[in-house]
Design a protein. Structure first.
Length: 137
């Protein structure tokens, strides 16, 4: 299943826009932009896991659609003594690092970089104190 403006509307909990409306055209442009960025970095998107690809494209477009569209670069909200500010950089589509990792997992996800022995025990062998020769090989 490919991402469409209709699936973006579902993810946002909104009514799907009409096919030729500015919102539908904008969302389709963002979908195309996300696919272009992914293809530029990872190659042919047809070779990727399509469910993961759809997830990443959908999340990136929904995040973009959630940004203010009034040209504001910063939004400030103040209530009593509390204040929250959010800055928008105006960049088009952003694909987070964890989404890139989802698209191109590296090898065995269960394997670690190394193993630590809790007591410093050697897994190679040890020297016999009486004879001086190595044992345990």
């Amino acid at each position: 299943m490919a991402v469409t403006p209709d699936t973006i509307a579902v993810a946002l909990g909104r009514t799907a826009p009409l096919a030729d409306s500015p919102a539908a055209l904008q969302w389709q442009m963002w979908i195309d932009d996300a696919l272009m960025l992914i293809e530029a970095r990872l190659g042919d998107v047809a070779l990727l896991d399509q469910a993961r690809l759809d997830y990443v494209v959908r999340k990136a477009v929904v995040a973009q659609a959630g940004r203010p569209d009034d040209g504001a670069s910063q939004v400030d909200v103040a209530v009593d003594d509390a204040r929250v500010s959010k800055r928008y950089d105006g960049s088009p589509i952003v694909i987070l690092d964890e989404w890139w990792d989802l698209l191109s997992p590296s090898g065995d996800e269960t394997a670690g970089a190394f193993t630590i022995s809790p007591f410093g025990a050697s897994d190679v062998g040890s020297r016999d104190s009486r004879s001086g020769s190595w044992v345990g090989w």
